[in-house]
Design a protein around this ligand. Sequence first.
Ligand code: ADP
Ligand code: MG
Length: 530
Amino acid sequence: MENRESANCSEPSASAAGNDVKQRCWDQREALPGEPRCVICGRYGEYICDETNDDICSVECKRILLDRIAKSQPAVPRPSPVKLPATDECYYVREGNDKSEAGSLSSDQVELLRRKLEISIRGDLVPAPILSFPSCNLPEKLLQNLEVAGFEMPTPVQMQAIPSALIGQNLLVSAETGSGKSGSFLVPIVSYCAKFNADKPHGERKPLAMVLTPTRELCIQVEEQAKLLGKGLPFKTALVVGGDAMAGQLYRIQQGISLIVGTPGRLIDLLAKHDIELDSVSILVLDEVDSMLERGFHEQVMQIFRALSQPQVLMYSATIPKDVQKMANSMVKDLTIIAVGKPNKPTGAVKQVVIWVDSKQKKQKLFDILTSKQHFKPPVVVFVSSRIGADLLSEAIGITTGIKAVSIHGEKSMKERREILKSFLVGEVLVIVATGVLGRGIDLLHVKQVIVFDMPNSIKEYVHQIGRASRLGEEGSAMAFVNEENKNLFRDLVQILKSSGAAVPRELANSRYTFGSSTNKGQKKRKYGL
Ligand code: ADP
Ligand code: MG
């Protein structure tokens, strides 16, 4: 029991109560106006109950208060606490007495927490989710940087992936677009590098971590976020992407950096031409891992992986098909698999509207949307399938609707791409027509509307593209134009729409391709040799 009036709160406890601690309720005086009142009897609340923080007048009322609480909460036998791997890298019980931290939870409670957060895990000794950043023994400056960045609480994927990564587990993580996956690998990276470099002079610092992503834009974004989180710490970054001069990138690495963020092609180029010591790289991240392990990138990624000395591997995407899971499993030992939410599904925060439009009518349909007060919700990203298509469509939008539109694709120079993206993000341009360069991972602040003008080649890419309309569960909308030309996607698209509760256009619902009857017949024929 704490005495309000004792300046240093020396806490005269009830058991050691001296004469000056009021034992009985009637020893206490009435409360004056504005004074705290005992929660039991209403007299002067001279003390604060150390167990409940309530105002109380005496030892007697404290006893009554605790009695009442005990009666209203029948005693339950506590299941045995979950055993967490001992490590000095990460601990789970926050100093102080915050009983809400996961370290003090029983295994049943941890399971319940995971169920609530829709986290499923596969692997040995997976630590409990963290409920706050300070519970993870992160450098103080990193905690401050997280606060400045507005990261008050970890997102569900961060809650589970951060403690797992901090204890060195190899991870394959799936969580919907815009759920904070980058933070869940950058926090452990910044923490590791800052601790490792704490007593190293600048010149002696070597690359300790590497993040590979499929596009230059995403690399730029990841590097920017890394810089933000590592500000003021012994942690520097280097961006290694095509389109920028290699000499500058090399110089930066030689100056002593901790993290390389790059696209596989340019990195291999750099490694082939220059001697860069990679022995110290202990963490390799494959962001958008399904794209990184697909045919286009697979060989390059493996080449880089083989050049490293068995690093911890962290792999992330919103879409992880089975074959990618197999590849990930064969790359590393003891893979921990973390899935948050429903795997391979679009974020529920984006309302999907699929519109059946003949190819010849698509442009007109787009102009109608862009000129409709009800439907146009700028800034808008329009996804198309080709570079030339992006240029032509952005021009046509300007001419026909008068709305300023720009295009972005892989044929433009890096300088142009940076400027275009900036003009869009600061609101100078309301519509951006993009190829897949903006499809994955890019956090397009303020964008709440995506129009998929040309359906991409796979339903996975569709999931990523419409994900640009939302981050952290904010509401967004996506319109997609579909016609017979996209028949190879019908079946998957209908499944996605149904599972999201979105309407399925009649033409799509009735199409024979949706039910795959022709394909099935074909398979039967082959099987029986007919
Ligand atoms: P993903 O990689 O899952 O698509 P990102 O890592 O790009 O998502 O994060 C999406 C957005 O959420 C970004 O703007 C990022 O700054 C923000 N964000 C991430 N984690 C947090 C957090 N813990 N608190 C607040 N904002 C966050
Ligand atoms: Mg991402």
